[in-house]
Design a binder for this molecule. Structure first.
Ligand code: KG4
Ligand code: ZN
Length: 369
């Protein structure tokens, strides 16, 4: 264990390649000032995977391997920082698609060997979970809901390395469900924004969709049955009048969005009750992940936080979705906490809370954790 040094100025380069974004960023933190994101380069691969209807791991890995060094160069150039001005390197070491994770880890190892800089292996989920502290002065412990195309879990964040999972999805992630529903209804990808736009003019009460797992105690969630229910409703409509009318599509989207929102909000209330029972001094309920862009969900989560007496925190969208600034920041948090530099391996699965029972299911974007 190194001695924690809360005041030392730190400049760290982050590298992220665990899914379909090739990313690098530089963060400088000179306490007591807030950390500064000097650069954050995110190169998506949506076009490469579009015609396959999901992320193809081999294509993702090759694209990362081809572009990562350029992303690092761009991040350093935009930050106006040279390698010799860095204090450390931080790279996503998992969980995620293993080929992509390996691309990042190998590049980072090469850079560390060439420069002699310390190298930190960061858990991608820890990156998401620590983001509220990058953008605002949020104190531990806080409650975090991670909702994206690949992840869905409630985490109580007690410290840079201390996480308690209060619940998570047992099958699909909500973003995955939005994407699949969009596909079923002939809407564009990514499905979330398309479904949300349709839902605006729809009637959420016309189709009675299930509320999976609401009848069970606890904070676990399930979304795959909801998607199947939309499929059945669509097929019944097509059998009835030979196709989908604009009204049907809007109503189905509204019903689906209402079901996802209700399930997530009710489970959030339960997670908040557990979290508040630990009597946090400055309670905060934070949300991250692409699905957090959904306005109806956001309104529901905000209300749940307010009712529980917690402040609501949603980082700007560019920091909610995959990026390398969160990886650099998690590296800084680890250094400040005096976490020892460890040998690490690239890992496809890497649950943050090692004591929690493993969740089944692994989505189109790889292992859930
Ligand atoms: O965090 P993210 O960019 O990537 C990972 O999954 O890692 O999240 C992308 C997911 C996609 O499934 C997308 O459909 C969903 O977030 N999403 C939304 C909205 N915007 C993006 N889901 C619902 N409503 C939205 N407005
Ligand atoms: Zn992510």
């Amino acid at each position: 264990m190194r001695a924690p040094d809360p005041a030392r100025p730190l400049t760290v380069l982050g590298i992220e390649s665990s899914c379909d974004d090739t990313a690098s960023a530089v963060i400088r933190h000179v306490p007591p000032a807030r950390p500064e994101i000097l650069s954050s380069v995110v190169w998506g691969q949506t076009d490469l995977h579009a015609r396959f209807g999901g992320v193809v791991p081999e294509i993702a890995a090759r694209a990362h391997a081809e572009k990562l060094d350029l992303a690092v160069e761009a991040a350093l150039a935009q930050a106006g920082v040279s390698l010799s001005e860095l204090d450390a390197l931080a790279v996503t070491a998992g969980p995620g698609l293993i080929g992509g994770v390996l691309s990042g880890v190998m590049l980072a190892r090469g850079l560390a060997a060439a420069t002699g800089l310390p190298l930190l292996g960061v858990n991608h989920l820890a990156g998401h979970a620590l983001t509220p502290r990058l953008t605002e002065a949020v104190a531990f412990p806080y409650l975090m809901l991670l909702v994206s195309g690949g992840h869905c879990q409630f985490l109580q964040v007690d410290g840079p390395e201390q996480f308690t999972r209060l619940g998570g999805t047992i099958d699909d992630a909500p973003g995955e469900a939005f994407d699949k529903v969009a596909k079923l209804l002939g809407l564009a990808q990514p499905g979330g924004p398309a479904v949300e736009a349709e839902a605006k003019t729809g009637d959420p009460t016309r189709f009675a969709l299930p509320r999976p797992l609401l009848d069970r105690p606890g904070c676990d969630l399930s979304f795959s049955g909801l998607k199947t229910a939309v499929l059945r409703a669509r097929d019944a409509l097509v059998a009835d009048h030979g196709g989908l009318r604009a009204r049907d599509r809007a109503d189905l989207c509204a019903a689906f969005q209402a079901a996802v929102t209700e399930v997530l909000v009710v489970k959030s209330r339960r997670a908040l009750a557990q979290y508040m029972a630990s009597a946090p001094q400055s309670p905060v309920f934070a949300v991250a992940g692409g699905v957090a862009a959904n306005q109806s969900l956001r309104a529901g989560l905000l209300a749940a936080a307010e009712d529980a007496g917690a402040a609501f925190n949603a980082p700007p969208l560019a920091l909610c979705t995959d990026n390398a600034a969160m990886i650099a920041w998690a590296g800084i948090e680890q250094m400040r906490a005096g976490v020892a530099l460890q040998q690490f391996a690239a890992r496809p699965r890497w649950p943050l809370d090692q004591s929690a029972a493993p969740l089944i299911g692994s989505g189109k974007k790889g292992a859930k954790a």
